[in-house]
Design a protein around this ligand. Structure first.
Ligand code: CMP
Length: 138
């Protein structure tokens, strides 16, 4: 069990002005921010980040969407971070997300679902390394 996970606040949420409210919910849930940046992915970068989904039917849509506007990338720390963060954000499809979760509160569809959260300790490290150098995390 690791104490770190990785998240992105996605372009739907940043464009609707939800960034502050989402960060507030994350911090109030007990996560501390170990690295954070506001940036915009190219289609190539979004494709590399989501390479594991390259063969899925929604890959093109996912890459277009994730490079359509600014995102916030962050490394978060808390005991049992990966699992607890996935509970906090709720189901991938907001229609199935539990009341009070970030996706229930802020997401509109399975594609435009407000936030990303790592699905394993291994991927949390890979995804954090994708965005942050050693100098950018504390
Ligand atoms: P995320 O947790 O960032 O990981 C992969 C993303 O692919 C997922 O959130 C969704 O936004 C997206 N995704 C998964 N399934 C679909 C789908 N059926 N249609 C469009 N996007 C999807």
């Amino acid at each position: 069990m690791s104490n770190r996970t990785f998240t992105m606040i996605k372009p739907d949420a940043t464009s609707k002005g939800y960034t502050g409210a989402i960060l507030d919910q994350i911090i109030k849930a007990g996560f501390s921010i170990k690295a954070m940046k506001w940036t915009k992915l190219t289609t190539e970068q979004a494709g590399l980040f989501y390479d594991i989904h390259r063969e899925r039917g929604f890959f093109g849509e996912l890459v277009e969407f994730m490079s359509s506007g600014p995102i916030v990338a962050a490394i978060l720390e808390k005991e049992n971070a990966v699992e607890d963060f996935r509970t906090l954000i709720g189901a991938t499809n907001p229609a199935n997300a539990a009341e009070g979760t970030i996706r229930k509160n802020f997401a509109s569809s399975i594609g435009e679902n407000a936030v990303h959260g790592s699905d394993s300790d291994e991927n949390a490290i890979i995804e954090g390394d994708f965005f942050f150098s050693k100098l950018e995390r504390f």
